[in-house]
Design a binder for this molecule. Structure first.
Ligand SMILES: C[S@@+](CC[C@H](N)C(=O)[O-])C[C@H]1O[C@@H](n2cnc3c(N)ncnc32)[C@H](O)[C@@H]1O
Length: 231
């Protein structure tokens, strides 16, 4: 519902949303288990599960031992689902929005998740020297292309050999731009895992640990060279 969304001056990625808290309970079925969540105003998709997030969760195939980062976790849908799949692994959920991280923590509890934790902070700050098998994200497209490209460019520093960055987005959010950017610059194969309702889930896999040492510099230079292109 449009009037559930935070005012334009206070987007869902505000650190401390001021919108009056209006919590509600939402549920969805994940691999036969009914998961229950608290959602709230001042956070992304405060009315319930976003269709892009749903497509991401559906296409996120994990090994039981995977270590997963849910970057920009919101109220925790991706992280909770990932923790249910990676039963012998672990999940770290991060977000800048403190209302979202509080909810995500509560939602781990509600769903009896023990192999996950929530941390507050921007981009990769909360996981500075850590690496993951999978980084899964429905990125904050509203925060701008610069920020989304930083998530992509810095991902290789936080992926294990053969690790994967998996992101979802729709045409109007520029997902084709990011897919093409990855196909041109990412040090490994890029695949579309799923499509639906205008969204696509894009996976970028590390080729072993074959990250060129100058990838960030290359990436920044190339970003300027493609910066004028449409989303
Ligand atoms: C599109 S929402 C996705 C939320 C959740 N993963 C989902 O799919 O429902 C993007 C999330 O990124 C968060 N975010 C915005 N800027 C961020 C940053 N610099 N670092 C980490 N998270 C950020 C927002 O607060 C928001 O919760």
């Amino acid at each position: 519902m449009a009037n559930d969304e935070p005012p334009i001056a206070e987007q869902y990625f505000a650190e401390q949303p001021h919108a009056r808290s209006v919590r509600a309970e939402r549920r969805f079925l994940y691999r036969g288990e009914l998961l229950t969540f608290l959602v709230d105003t001042g956070t992304f998709s405060s009315h319930g599960l976003d269709p892009g997030t749903s497509l991401l969760i559906e296409n996120l195939v994990l090994r039981p031992t995977d270590r997963v980062l849910d970057l920009g976790c919101g109220w925790g849908a991706v992280g909770v689902a990932a923790a249910k799949a990676a039963t012998e692994g672990e999940v770290v959920l991060t977000d800048v929005n403190r209302r979202a991280t509080r909810l995500a923590r509560e939602n781990l509890e509600r769903n009896r998740v023990r192999n996950a934790e929530v941390r507050v902070g921007s981009l990769y700050e909360p996981v500075e020297a850590e690496r993951f098998d999978v980084i899964a994200t429905n990125p904050p497209f509203h925060a701008g292309r610069e920020l989304v490209l930083r998530i992509i460019e810095q991902a290789p520093d936080h992926l294990r050999p053969d690790g994967r960055l998996v992101l979802v987005g729709k045409g109007s959010q520029g997902i084709r731009f990011y897919q093409e950017w990855l196909e041109a610059h990412w040090p490994g194969p890029v695949t579309v895992l799923g499509r639906g309702s205008g969204y696509r889930v894009v996976e970028a896999r590390m080729h072993g640990d074959g990250r060129p040492s100058n990838f960030p510099a290359l990436a920044a230079a190339r970003r300027h060279s493609v910066g004028g292109r449409s989303r």
